[in-house]
Ligand binder design. Sequence first.
Ligand code: GLC
Ligand code: GLC
Length: 808
Amino acid sequence: MRFGHFDDPAREYVITTPETPHPWINYLGTEDFFGLISHTAGGYSFYRDARLRRLTRYRYNNIPTDVGGRYFYLNDGGDVWSPTWAPVKAPLDRFECRHGLGYTAITGEHRGVLAEALYLVPRGADAEVHRLRLRNQSGKPRLLRVFSFVEFNLWDAFDDQTNYQRNLSLGEVEVEGSAIYHVTGYRERRDHYAVYAVNAPIAGFDTDRDAFFGPYRGWGEPQAVTEGRAGNSRVSGWAPIASHQVDVHLAPGEEADLVFVLGYCENPPEHKWEGPGVVEKAPARDLLARFASSAQVDAALADLQSYWDDLLSRYTARSGDSRVDRMVNTWNQYQCLVTFNLSRSASYFESGIGRGMGFRDSCQDLLGVVHLVPERARERILDLAATQFPDGSAYHQYQPLTKRGNHEVGSGFNDDPLWLIEATGAYVRETGDLSILGEVVPFDNDSGNTGPLFEHLRRSFHHVLGNLGPHGLPLIGRADWNDCLNLNCFSTEPNEPFQTTQNRAGRTAESVFIAGLLVHCAPDYAALARAAGFPGEAQAVAEHAARMAATVLSHGWDGEWFLRAYDFFGGKVGSRECAEGQIFVEPQGFCVMAGIGVEDGQAEQALDAVGARLGTAHGIVLHQPAFTRYHLELGEITSYPPGYKENGAVFCHTNPWVMIAECRLGRGEQAFDYWRRIAPAFREEISELHRLEPYVYSQMIAGRDAPREGEAKNSWLTGAAAWNWVAISQHILGIRPEWEGLRVAPCLPALLEDVEVVRRCRGATYRITIENRSRGGSPRLTVDGHAREGSVVPYAPPGAVVAVRAEM
Ligand code: GLC
Ligand code: GLC
């Protein structure tokens, strides 16, 4: 069952009922100012940091779900309704929400009045623009009393939801004309404020939540709205809001636009005031002047669309299957950029107060955007490297506002350092920019202890090599990619977090996954070493990698698949000898991606075992059998009921590793089949089961052991975005930048017979036609009409257009 449809030319998902199985959201903002917006206008906004600079209030886990947002109420002669359905939820004659790239437009029609609310964050502005377009489609004149509504958050979102004894006495606003200023905290150390304004004269306003709603009333029936009269309330402490009342007269057929702006402004500390106790409003006045007319909003929307046109023109595919095309050309790339921007901070499953930027998460997110925003990827690599410790290990997270490592979480996740190599390799292969290797970057943000980026990478690699266990495999530390496989934790105390609690200082628990990751990133690291002028290191790396691959085959092979790990006591994890958790997906994917066992058949055996034991209709589950009880020696992974999260769910992040591994063995049919099981556009038809947005990946889909098998959770901010992008674009469609040139090595299913890809890389454009008539096999390449050996097309100079034909 579907709740809407894709509009591919418009690059929008169109939701046609407000009653989706869960709020289906979108993101506004591309730079510093962001908003989360649901299909009924719920959500919130923040500047840069979802915890420390939150502008509007949102209550997670609420009843009813998803109330709180940027709302409009219309009072039409006593008939009260909302164009976005929520919060009044009066029945609408028509409802439509269009989630586009960086904007959302929600239309409601009610008794002859059509109202469209358009929401966007213009490029280059720290503001959300909300345009309300009203049309009288009836035969009689109408007087619509329009009420806007946002509720301010007192900046620090954690404090806002906990520290009531203080906060309820702080709230302050100023009102000037049609602009309402939220200035709480400005009198002390804050030099920033928020403004909510409309480009029309107002009939009244409210800034005090209690006055606006009236005692004991709910979202659907604010007293100011039902009475049709704003109270001109001035908040003092309690809960500051901003609501305008604008009275709109519409003749039959007439249309009117109102433009609202919700902005964030900063003043230099020495120019905070424009009079005694009066906030300096110059930056706000400038901001409001930029979006004072509907034409300016149209221009901002067009500008946003051309920004996306440009970004998405770097990789486009025509495959003959609309589901493939919409994932590849639009939604997967869009999700990659949103995830890169926000890491795991703010979604409908991430509260914006819990997690900063993850080290491994950000490195992997980067794989999905190096082709889109290479300059920002470069900056991110340097920021991440600056949180690395001198010994090569890394803080697991850092705060976006300060860019400092997070002490509460600390370090000790032993896969972290290697992801920096994966990220840098991807960046340099995409851009050819070797200068990044020489950038001088501090360790642990200490300006007294610095080194070129390449030195950071060297320490990353050697941190892992310098911490091997009894079998010669890398020590796992607190955990590897699977945050919940905590082999040194031994926690019996329910009040301590698994991730950060004191671990045993053992040097026995080892990870086969990290071994696979090390071998996988070795070729990139060797190439980077050579480029940085260390040929000896490059040579040594190849030897280290070969030795590690051999170690995996001797101590990390279980007979039919790769082991997952050795625990604290030296016992096997992920072995047929285990009662539960006999086979795990992570080492199968990564070891085969790394090429381990490809020559002698172990790779094929491992992937066959994945298919037979872990493959389900809804994707590949993490392990089988799922753990049915808590295992002290395995940690958090066994804390989840079977089939959920790290205990045997389909973790969509790991599935593409298997797809890539399948491509490595030339099994395109199988790779594509795995992709199809989890790709959201292919799951659209089962939206009632999947429940979450059919246009973006979710972190997990409940596995076969769960009562709700097939139900997704944790959409949007997940490594599933970047890795599925890598799998479909670089391995299944098979176009990927390498050191020597652009590799064109498709590994396609029979379903895709003729595929065209246009790929822009290093300034040149490659028009690639793939003919898949013989259904698989390796491609024969023709480049600009000349046959070419192998599958690599040399990089062409900037501006060149290269025609490539690949016949399978
Ligand atoms: C979450 C984390 C990621 C981790 C994964 C598996 O998605 O953000 O870092 O690898 O869970 O535990
Ligand atoms: C929990 C989650 C895991 C996530 C981790 C981050 O362990 O299960 O997915 O990576 O928290 O702290």
